[in-house]
Design a protein around this ligand. Sequence first.
Ligand SMILES: Nc1ncnc2c1ncn2[C@@H]1O[C@H](COP(=O)(O)OP(=O)(O)OP(=O)(O)O)[C@@H](O)[C@H]1O
Ligand SMILES: [Mg+2]
Length: 481
Amino acid sequence: MADVLIIDDDQSLCNMMVELVKNLGHQGYYSTSLHDGVNMAVNGNFDVVVLDVQMPDGNGLEVLPQIKDAPSSPEVIILTGAGTEDGAELAIKNGAWDYLQKPLSPKEIGLPLKKVFQYRDTLKETRKPAVALKIRGIVGSSQAIRASLNDLAQAANSNANVLITGETGTGKELFAKAIHANSRLAKKTFIVVDCASLPETLIESSLFGHEKGAFTGADRTREGLIQKADGGTLFLDEIGELGLSLQKTFLRVLEEKKFHPLGGTREISSDFRLICATNRNLEKRAGEKKFRKDLLYRLQSLQIELPPLRDRLDDIKELAVHHKNRICDRYGAEAKGFSSDFISALRSYDWPGNVRELVNTLESCISTAFYEPLLFPQHLPTNIRVKMARASVLEVPADRATGFGDDAILPPDSIPPYRDFRDAILREPERKYFQSLMAYTHGNVSEACRISGLGRTWLYTVLKKYKIDHKNWAKNKSKKQ
Ligand SMILES: Nc1ncnc2c1ncn2[C@@H]1O[C@H](COP(=O)(O)OP(=O)(O)OP(=O)(O)O)[C@@H](O)[C@H]1O
Ligand SMILES: [Mg+2]
C-alpha cells in the first residue's frame, strides 16, 4: 500500500483525491498549505506527492527539489491550473514524475496514479535488502552495493572473522561499524585500531598494553586495546600495514585468545570478534612474503569486497542527496537542491577517491554556494571540472571517429580506404597514449623511447602528428595527471 500526500489549496480537490486514492487501495493525506505540506513531505514517509503550483503561500515548483530530496524520495506529480511549457519542462528536469493540467476528471488522474503506484512497488521490491538491517548511513541500491549488503547481513549473523577490502574511501569503516551494530555484540564495545597511523612500536604497546617500567616513559601500567575489546568487536583498520613481527604475535593472540602485555609475564585472556579492513591486495603481499599467509587465511573467514564508486554510478544521486543534506545541516547552510545537470556532471567523473572524495567535493560545493538554493556543475572544484572536460574530449567513441554506426557491416558505398579507416579509429587512443607517456616521463624523450620501445625519429614524428610538445611537459609539471 502506498501513502499519498496531496498539497493543494482547493479543499474539494483534496477530498476528491483522497477518496480516489482510497478507492485504488492506498492511503491519502492532504494539506491546503504549501508550508505545512512541505513539512509533512520532508518528515513523513510518502511514496507519492501530488503538488499544486500556485498556492497562496508560495510556488510548488520552487519546493519540488526539497520534496524530491525527502528521505522517502517520493515521486511528485505536479497538478496545475495554469500550465506553461516552461513550467512543465522545469518540473520534469527537477525530477517530477508527471505534469498534469487541471481540470482533471478522476479517470484522468487515476491512470497516472496507477502507473506511479506500480513503479513504487517494483522499486520497493528491488531495494529490499536480503535481511532487515539497521544500516546506519549506508546509502545505495545498485546491484553492486546490494551484493555487499547481503555479505554484511551474513557477517552480522555470524561470529567469524571478517576481512573488508576495497579502494580508499569505499566505506570499509562504515561497513565494519554496521556489522558490529547488527551483530549480537551490538551492545558491547567496538574498538578501532588504525594500523597505519602509528609506528610499529606504538601499535604494539597500544594493542597489548604494557606494565609499569616496560620501556622508557612507561610510568604506569596501561591496558591494551585487545583487552578492552574483550566480549566485543576489535576492528583492525589498514591491517595490511602491520609489520611481519607484529603479524606473528597477533596470529598467536588469534589462536590462543591470550597474550602478554609488554614487559610483563602475566597472561591476559581476551575473547573478541575480529573485523579487519585493507585497501591493499593481501594475496599479492602474501606472495611477496610481506604478509603472512597463515594470518591471511584466518582473517578472511568471511570477505566483503566493496565496489569502487565508478562501478556503482547509479548510486551517485542517492549518495549526493544524503551527504548534501547532512553537510547543510551540519554547517547550517541554506537547504539546497541540484540543478538538472549537476548529477550527470558527478556521474561523468571517475572518483578515484570514491565516496570520501564525493563527500569532500560536496562540502566544497556547499561552502561555495552557501546561500544559494541550487548546486550547479560550476560549483564543482576546478580540478574535477578540468578532469571531466579532458575526459569528454578524450573519449571519442570509435563510431563517431569513423562516421559509421555500430552495425556489424559497413554500408558498401561508404567503405573507405583501409588506412583512413584504421587511422580514424586509432587516432584518439594513440593520442591519449602519447600524452600519458609524456606526462609520465615529464617529457624525457630517452625515457619515453625506453618505455614505448620506439626509436627517437619515430617518437618525434608521432608527437608532431598529435601536436604534443614534449618540452611543455618538462617545463610544466602540473600537467602531470
Ligand atoms: N555506501 C555509503 N553510503 C553513504 N556514505 C558512504 C558510503 N560509503 C562510504 N561513505 C562515506 O564515505 C566516507 C569514507 O568512508 P570510510 O571511511 O568508511 O571509507 P574507507 O573505505 O574506510 O576509506 P579508507 O580506505 O580511506 O580508510 C565517509 O564519510 C562515509 O560516510
Ligand atoms: Mg578507513
